[in-house]
Design a protein around this ligand. Sequence first.
Ligand code: HEC
Ligand code: HEC
Length: 229
Amino acid sequence: MRTTRRGISRLTAGAAVAFSLLVSSLAVGLARAEGATKLAQDMMGPGMMGPMHRNMMQRMMGGALPPGIDPALLPEPDSAGARILQYYCVQCHNLPGPGMHTAAGWPPVLGRMNMRMRMMGGMMGGMMGVVAPSRIELDILLDYLQKHAQEPIDAAKYPDLNTQAGQAFSTSCVQCHALPDPRQHTAQEWPAVVGRMRGHEAAMGKFVPDKTTTAEIIDFLRRHGRTRE
Ligand code: HEC
Ligand code: HEC
């Protein structure tokens, strides 16, 4: 994996490489294995049907789709993994963040998404213009998602999960992903993260705790947050 990553950064080194260039250079390697049609598709970027298709999907199945994250909030936004995510994973829905699943949870989800891309890029490819990542790109992407995945809490270390605040946290924050380890953020960072989660709750039609409960949850997280970076 290491070698692969270095290989890719060498390919793209020097220039202030626009993302499309990175993908084209990845596509060169991939075209060797998968043929020139794929390369042509990749050079054009995801098909023109993209935005329309995405909006339609979002309307039809919003609750099952990632609520989306601002690309600026992605960890290591300039890494190959983040770029691959931003290229392939917005063809049908909003940009998914790596914190949506644990490291163990990502492989089956990524496998399912890859199957969807291959199906839609194959038979219906001409129409929908969906492109699928190469095996190398998938490996880099899985590495990235797992490196920055949701870190589940070790409940045994938090006896106060039984308190009112602990219960508010446990019930609210397990609705979409594993219950998060509070040490993933500092006390300073938690309020903004919880604020973003409220947006996701609204977007996905989940339960949104009221102001008092939210304050309790934030208190709980701040109390157990990391002390330093
Ligand atoms: C061809 C269309 C398509 C593409 C491209 C696509 N997805 Fe999805 N995605 C879907 C559909 C449809 C759903 C809802 C049904 C489901 O979960 O399978 C979904 C749901 C999701 C979910 C929420 C459901 C869950 O299990 O967490 C995540 C996370 C996700 N996709 C991640 C990704 C990632 C990462 C990529 C890029 C590798 C990606 N998707 C690319 C179609 C797509
Ligand atoms: C409605 C679904 C939903 C609920 C409920 C939810 N989350 Fe999330 N969470 C997400 C999604 C989607 C992501 C990935 C996108 C992102 O990072 O914003 C995420 C990512 C995260 C991350 C990793 C990203 C980061 O910035 O560290 C943490 C930590 C997190 N959630 C904590 C929480 C906490 C704490 C709660 C309860 C207050 C909570 N989540 C409730 C959907 C949810």
